[in-house]
Design a protein around this ligand. Structure first.
Ligand code: UD1
Length: 383
């Protein structure tokens, strides 16, 4: 039996971890014992607890309750807590997801005490070093033993950085690092939970929306929310589209965005936004609500990485509110367009994407990436 410690902390990691836990329970319970550590990076009820309840995930075995803070303070508290837990028991490896501060903290804590790290969502690069996530993912990849990339682009990035066939890199246990194209674990979950959510339309009813007749928008990246000019440009473009095309826009608000709208928008735009008949400022959505909103939207606008992919899974065009994306295949397939926070490009992007024929070939795996990864983790221990 191999003991895994899985680190979660931010909202999407709770969702992703559910797929691996489910695969362990269903197919690998004789080989792996999993413990879950929640760093407490996300702590609001609707940013954390709601996902455990809704998705039936067991409560974490450890909770560090670190809460918010500067990057240094938040990450440091996590490193200390994760190290303590790792030293308190004989964990065979650490599993981390994606690119948040919780991911980086796990990678630093485990690598220093020579516990092998399995990085799920490895190899992604935006090449924008001003994003905290880019720093986190590069550092985590460097110290990981198994790197699971969801896409071929991720594999190509790792090859360019010399990760593959680099026999010189080995860890204290004498084992080298390995890179796999695994498919996307979020795709596993979107398929699984989409069936469970079915076609229910409670969330649409709650907000007075009708299928295919609204825009779903999410904005939470610090370079959008914390920069008044960018935030205002995005909101003005949304107001223009909503009014001129007579379409509703629902924005489930990340707590960061809620706090900054009144502070960073000019007074008249803030007033226009909160009084708009077309724009709905909603609470953060649960995963099931998000699936329902994504499945029924006409088009999705987002600065989130996860929501970009979910747009693709549910065959919805995506307007990407960032200067670049690490999910380049979505753009290559013509299913997404990068518009940054540029007022004109957002409006032009909307006009272009609403009328476009898009094919959505299957580029994120077969929905069984968790089983694939667990198989490779087993081989790692046995070799
Ligand atoms: C983090 C990740 C980001 C990921 C996102 C998913 C990093 C660097 N970023 O961003 O990659 O896409 O999670 O949602 O790790 N806050 C609350 N309540 C909460 C959580 C946050 O009020 O439960 C507020 C606080 O003001 C906090 C701010 O949101 O300071 C930012 O939270 P933080 O966890 O630092 O980063 P996210 O923006 O959520």
């Amino acid at each position: 039996m191999y003991k895994l410690l899985t680190i979660i902390g931010a909202r999407p990691q709770i969702i992703k971890a559910a797929a691996l836990s489910r695969a362990i329970k269903n197919n690998f319970c004789d080989r792996f014992e999993e413990n879950i550590l929640h760093t407490g990076q996300h702590y609001d009820e609707n940013m954390s607890a709601v996902f455990f309840d809704e998705m039936g995930i067991p409560q974490p075995d450890y909770n560090l309750n670190v809460g918010s803070g500067s990057h240094g303070v938040q990450t440091a508290k996590m490193i200390e807590g994760i190290e303590k837990v790792l030293l308190s028991d004989n964990f065979d490896s650490l599993v981390v997801y994606g690119d948040t501060n919780s991911t980086l903290a796990g990678a630093i804590a485990a690598s220093k005490i020579h516990i092998p790290i399995f990085h799920i969502e490895a190899g992604l690069r935006s090449f924008n070093m001003s994003m905290p996530e880019e720093i986190n993912r590069i550092m985590c990849d460097q110290v990981s033993s198994l790197l699971f990339s969801p896409t071929q682009t991720g594999i190509d990035n790792l090859m360019k950085e010399g990760f593959i066939n680099d026999e010189k890199i080995y860890f204290k246990n004498g084992k080298g690092r390995k890179v796999f194209l695994s498919g996307d674990i979020m795709y596993d979950n979107s398929l699984y939970y989409s069936d469970i959510v079915g076609d229910k339309i409670d969330t649409l009813e709650k907000y007075g929306l009708t299928p295919s007749n609204y825009i779903l928008a999410t904005i939470h990246r610090d370079n959008n929310t914390d920069n008044p000019e960018r935030l205002e440009s995005i909101i003005c473009a949304l107001l223009y589209i909503a009014e001129s095309k007579n379409i509703k826009v629902i924005i489930p608000l990340h707590p960061r965005t809620s706090k900054l709208l009144s502070k960073n928008l000019s007074e008249n735009i803030y007033k226009k936004l909160i009084n708009s008949e077309e724009i709905i400022l909603a609470e953060p959505a649960s995963f099931f609500q998000m699936i329902e909103l994504e499945k029924n939207a006409k088009i999705i606008m987002t600065d989130s990485g996860g929501v970009q992919k979910e747009s693709y899974f549910f065959k919805k065009p995506c307007i990407i509110l960032r200067p670049e994306t690490e999910w380049v295949e979505i753009v290559d397939e013509g299913a997404g367009v990068v518009v940054d926070a540029d007022y004109d490009r957002i409006i032009k992007g909307y006009d272009e994407m609403v009328s476009k024929e898009i094919k959505y070939p299957q580029i994120f795996g077969d929905g069984h990436s968790a089983e694939f990864m667990l198989g490779k983790m087993g081989e790692y221990f046995e070799r």
